[in-house]
Write a protein that binds this ligand. Structure first.
Ligand code: ATP
Ligand code: MG
Length: 475
């Protein structure tokens, strides 16, 4: 490559201004030394090295349809993404989304804006299961989840669950509005009861235990309806621990079964279920559904941040919410695109939430339902788990920074990305992510927030606190 500078003036012959101008003969050998023009010597390089200059990166925008996510980092174009639009355009076949990233990389900010606020403005239904405690309650205040401020900014009160608290929301798993009584429905009462029993026993439900549970449920529902009330899980426990003759007359019971058989098969399961309802789930499922539980609003936030991290309450309540949502989607006349956000994606690995969600996600396309699940890293997700299939099958994968080499490598392997992506994943700054839509190449995106969104998504409150404490114990 040579840069043309100044051409040498041709020499004039003598004789004043009108004299003839004689061009000097250009000598080729002098050219080689840059005699006439500035000579820029070429540099030998490889295409791999030169690609670092990004000479031709003004690529076409990925799409101009959908919800704004942020800015494509290489080209500077705005980056839009909407699973429902992308599905319609056949860019992806699964409406589910997996968000993976280390602590504090920007996952929740992405979810609160792209999956919640920006969807609501399009008239979509959004359901959030909020597990993370944002700040400890100040004196006289109850601690609450990280979506509470966002919900209140939109005039919506989160639905809060807390074991043993009188103010806790209750959901009756036998509520006809929540789960269908028909076994063939994805959100059947039996499916939910089995999922809860699985959690209570800590092992798979044995076939005869399952039959005893089914008979107890039918007997409980029949008895409650004769008393003009809605049965709840306490009725099921009672019928398992103490089955009655009437139970033998429920559908599908073979003639040779006796009350003793039912008692024997359901004894252990009934005792464990009873203990669970009285202790771990106290106040959460033992009675009629609270009046504030409704999925008719655009945004519903289920605040489960007060539930204990260990124990069965979290997966069970998540399974119940998932079933409730499925029942609402089943009964809608015209499908309203619905986004459900679950930040605790690792609950998909096993347990009651995994079971219910697996059944529900199979039919998500038919219900216009997009499940959005967040994970910190993949090292705690077993390769053969339902969670890994959910991540692999997700139509959209949003990858934030990974701090450990193993985790970055696992992401690269799982999504078959070029090996150099490991380095990219480990150096992504806060708020930047790689987004893979369907089988398209991943795109490096900087997630953008409006000033209003930035305030609602800021989770650095505690870390930037300037509160102090005295050196000695307060008197
Ligand atoms: N796009 C962004 N631009 C600028 N700052 C951002 C962006 N996204 C997130 N942040 C900042 O980073 C902090 C952490 O973000 P966020 O809570 O979303 O992380 P996270 O990945 O959900 O963390 P955790 O794993 O702890 O839940 C927030 O306080 C937020 O202000
Ligand atoms: Mg978060």
């Amino acid at each position: 490559m040579s840069l043309l500078t100044k051409r040498k003036e041709p020499t004039r012959t003598s004789g004043g201004p009108r004299a003839r101008v004689e061009p000097r003969r250009r000598r080729k050998w002098l050219d080689r030394f840059g005699w006439y023009e500035l000579l820029a010597r070429g540099v030998r390089s490889s295409t791999r090295q030169v690609s670092g200059l990004f000479l031709g990166t003004s690529a076409a925008p990925t799409t101009y349809e959908g919800v704004l996510v942020g800015k494509e980092q290489h080209s500077g174009w705005p980056f839009f993404l909407d699973v429902f639009t992308a599905y319609e355009k056949k860019i992806l076949s699964s409406p589910n989304v997996a968000v993976i990233g280390a602590i504090g990389t920007g996952k929740s900010s992405f979810l609160k804006t792209w999956a919640v606020l920006r969807q609501l403005f399009l008239g979509r239904r959004v359901v959030v299961i909020d597990k993370k405690n944002q700040r400890r309650g100040r004196a006289g205040q109850v601690a609450e989840g990280e979506y509470a401020a966002l919900a209140r900014a939109l005039g919506i009160e989160p639905i809060r669950f807390a074991v043993g608290e009188a103010t806790s929301t209750k959901i009756n798993v036998l509520d006809p509005a929540l789960a269908s009584q028909h076994a063939d429905s994805g959100a059947s009462q039996m499916q939910l009861l089995r999922a809860i029993l699985l959690e209570a026993l800590g092992r798979p439900v044995a076939p005869l235990e399952g039959r005893a549970l089914a008979v107890a449920r039918e007997a409980a529902v029949a008895e409650a309806s004769a008393q003009a009330r809605v049965a709840d899980i306490r009725d099921v426990v009672r019928h398992m621990e103490d089955p009655q003759e009437a139970a033998l007359r429920t559908g599908g019971v073979p003639g040779w079964w006796t009350v003793n058989h039912l008692r024997q098969w359901g004894a252990e399961a009934g005792a464990e279920l009873g203990r669970l309802v009285r202790e771990d789930l106290k106040g959460l499922v033992d009675g009629p559904t609270s009046a504030d539980v409704s999925l008719t609003a655009g945004l519903t936030v289920f605040d489960i941040s007060a539930l204990p991290d260990d124990g069965p309450a979290v997966p069970i309540v998540m399974a119940i919410i998932s079933s409730w949502m499925r029942a609402v989607l089943d009964s809608q006349v015209q499908a309203v695109p619905t986004v459900s956000v679950v930040e605790e994606g690792w609950h998909l690995v096993s347990g009651s939430f995994a079971k219910v969600t697996q059944a529900n996600t199979k039919t998500s396309r038919g219900k216009a339902w997009s499940g959005v699940f967040a994970f910190h890293h993949l090292s705690d997700v077993p390769a053969d788990s339902a969670a890994i299939s959910a991540i692999k099958e997700a139509g959209v994968v949003v990858m934030y920074r990974q701090d450990k080499l193993d985790d970055a490598q696992r992401v690269v392997e799982l999504f078959n990305l070029p090996p150099a992506t490991v380095q990219t994943l480990m150096t992504l700054p806060q708020g930047a992510c790689l987004i893979k839509v369907g089988s398209q190449k991943p795109v490096l995106v900087t997630h953008l927030r409006s000033p209003w969104e930035a305030v609602l998504t800021d989770t650095d409150d505690a870390m930037t606190s300037t509160a102090t404490v005295g050196l000695h114990r307060a008197a």
